[in-house]
Write a protein that binds this ligand. Sequence first.
Ligand SMILES: [Zn+2]
Length: 441
Amino acid sequence: MLKIYNSLTKQKESFEPLDQNHIKYYSCGPTVYNRIHIGNARAFICADLLAKVLKGIYPKVTYVSNITDIDDKIIEAAKEEKVSIKDISNKYFNIYLEDLESLGINKPDLQPFATDYINEMIDYIEKLIDSNNAYIHEGNVLFDTTKFKNYGCLSGRNLDEQKAGERVNLETYKRNVNDFTLWKPSNNGEPGWESPWGFGRPGWHLECSVMSELTLNIPFDIHGGGNDLKFPHHDNEIAQTCAYHGSSEPQDFARYWFHNGFLNLDNEKMSKSLGNVVYLEDLLDVYDGNQIRLALLSTHYRQPIPWNKTLLEQAKTVSKKINKFTKDLNLTPKFNVDTLIAQDLLDDLNTPKAIATIQKLIQSPSNNIESELETFQYIFEGSKHKVRLDDNKISEIEKLIKERDIARKNGNYDQADEIRDKLTKMNVIIEDINGKTVWKI
Ligand SMILES: [Zn+2]
């Protein structure tokens, strides 16, 4: 019934669950050290989209998404804020939950924390060493990628090609260029745990192999994450899990691999180093949660989203049109399989087609319109978040910014400063970036 693109076989397939009565799905979750930006939000919304469709058609679904609460970035953030790593991860975990809610993303059924599984990870590493799949070097334990013959099968990377090209950069203790850290020493007051290889902490890739197996058992149905996780993260997960169980078949770990595309700002990949990160909390000032949700789902999950204001404005218009139509109806959001909207979604989660379908339907409603709208609401409208600023206030702010730009262009700096003060009094923070003025509340 459900067709889904499998990144492992690189084709759209009919989804055949291992057990029709219980679907098991794991998706890589956040490293909790920072507020989420709109690119993160896309990954979480795509993961939620699949979970919602699965829950719409199967009686029981267990959706697991891990929380990485030990990582170099967290250690760095803790140092900067002069607090413990637990303080950082707790703080940003709670913010992450709020952000999910604001976009109508349901909480995953299980959210295992990496630091709750340290003993299990140590046992796992010991078995990998005993079976000759991992080796020790001065407090480090590394996975030997040449021991897994299908290494790179998900991303399609060729191991030999990489070796030849990248050997120059080989760290001295690595036997092969792709070998990755299972355990590393913690020095100079860094947080860590006692282990047979000394005081240290696990490498990032390990937690997903350990926690997915302990929460879902293997093989499970679907493993997901952003496209950027295919290599090395997911290829490493496959290698560890298969090596641990003496298998060479990636499908002994997870049957289907589900990956979402990037989010590009004005056709440029969003990244901190480019200074073009858009934080969700800023967008929530000016758009309803459901409008942002609709904008994020207006592109098919596998395609890159060209993220810009026009996309958000279009989503806002569509959302208002639908709300106007539904406001007097008594609807219960649910997945009605016999609707056109459901059929669009069952075909590899074709959200842009479903959005087009609902717009056609409200123009010339069929008898089944309520059932269609319920399905639409179930997928596209889970958020209760309302915009923090109304349209009038936004136009007022934008008008003042325009006046300030003109004043500056004409050399009227006193007037420009006056306008800036006025904006500050309205709690608007403005910043001049690359000749453009951006603002937030
Ligand atoms: Zn993972």
